[in-house]
Design a protein around this ligand. Sequence first.
Ligand code: CU
Length: 69
Amino acid sequence: MSTASYTVVGMTCGHCVNAVTEEVTQVPGVTAVDVDLPSGGLTVTSEAPVDEDAVRAAVEEAGYEVAGR
Ligand SMILES: [Cu+2]
């Protein structure tokens, strides 16, 4: 199992959290997604490491942005 943490910019409410969660959950291999609204923290759990670009693309699809590391 693998986990990766990101910071998402632009989320303001529970709807935003749901949108990000739904999109990132659809990334192949992802088994769990946890979003912390106050900090923008996004934790992605997967069986094998997931391509960071795929996570970024999913967050952008939801309408938000991953902060640079
Ligand atoms: Cu919102």
